[in-house]
Design a protein around this ligand. Sequence first.
Ligand code: MN
Length: 259
Amino acid sequence: MPDTLRDLIEELALANRILAHEGVLDAFGHVSVRHPADPGRFFLARSRSPLLVEPADILEYTLDSEPVRPAKVRLYAERVIHGCIYQARSDVMAVCHHHAAAVLPFCVAGKPIVPVFHVGATIGAEIPFWDQHDEFGDTDLLVVKPEEGRSLARALGQHSVVLMKRHGATVVGGGLKELVSRSIFLCQNAEYQLRAHLLGAPTPLHPGEITLAGALNLKPSVVDRTWEYWRLRLAAAGGSPPRAGAAKAGRRGKRRGKR
Ligand code: MN
């Protein structure tokens, strides 16, 4: 856990960019983190493509998914996904909603993603499906109403991932690094599962393997190692977010001309 709120907000901006750089988030999708000292609050960026998110874009929200301080910026339409899951799950400290290309074939076909390789154990033994149409009929498929968010949170239950039919996925974690790790390994698992079908029916991990390997993959030493790897991959591509202080200086115009 970062030492200060400023560090946490920088980490959230970095998580946005890592998840975009690794192909989990694209122009859409979002990631949030719960306030470590106030479980009734969470942090989420203003409506912006995740690859561009800077610390200055991060807003604080109540669990009703409304900004704590009035904001003139555009907000994510689907922010109720975050607030409703934080309301339903006190253990959840971070949430990611995405439409990753790797998982969409499963969302479209309605076929379950199951852990098929070592690190894939982090997604858990079972990933439930949620179909917005079941409860709400024809919609534009955006999860925008609190009752839609609550329905999704119910479908998630105590699991770590919920697949959303014809839409995408929502992933939760006990911390930001754990969430980033689970989100990326969900996509890798989905790709391997689909490709393995070319060779024959893939065999999922045994239940005991899921428990043992899943716990191993959540160790701080493991999530710190993966976080460092993805952070350096992002940096090598020139995509690191500015520091929070630098973003403030930028707003005052001091950074103009340097980018
Ligand atoms: Mn969506």
